[in-house]
Design a protein around this ligand. Structure first.
Ligand SMILES: [Zn+2]
Length: 92
């Protein structure tokens, strides 16, 4: 459990100078005294992430929502399309 303790120590040091919100409840974690959110009890850990990850995730989410909206709109238009009358018989 040595590693776990030092991780918690690093987290507490990090939050001493930063205003960061709890990922679960949004509580301000500045000057946190333990590795848990005092508001909701979520266990917290420090994590390194690539800078572009958040932007990429947002773009993926927007694209997915746009695709779903387009599919919905397309289905709606297909349902609204008036039924064409049958072609009159071609006679002489
Ligand atoms: Zn929380």
């Amino acid at each position: 459990m040595q590693c776990r303790e030092s991780d918690e120590e690093l987290l507490i040091q990090f939050l001493r100078t930063k205003t960061v919100r709890c990922p679960k409840c949004g509580y301000n974690l500045r000057d946190l005294a333990s590795g848990r959110c005092p508001e909701c009890g979520t266990e917290l850990e420090l994590e390194l992430r690539g800078r572009g990850d958040r932007v990429r995730r947002r773009i993926l989410m927007i694209t997915t929502i746009a695709a779903l909206l387009l599919m919905f709109l397309f289905q709606f238009l297909v349902l609204l399309e008036p039924v064409k009358p049958p072609m009159p018989p071609m006679g002489p």
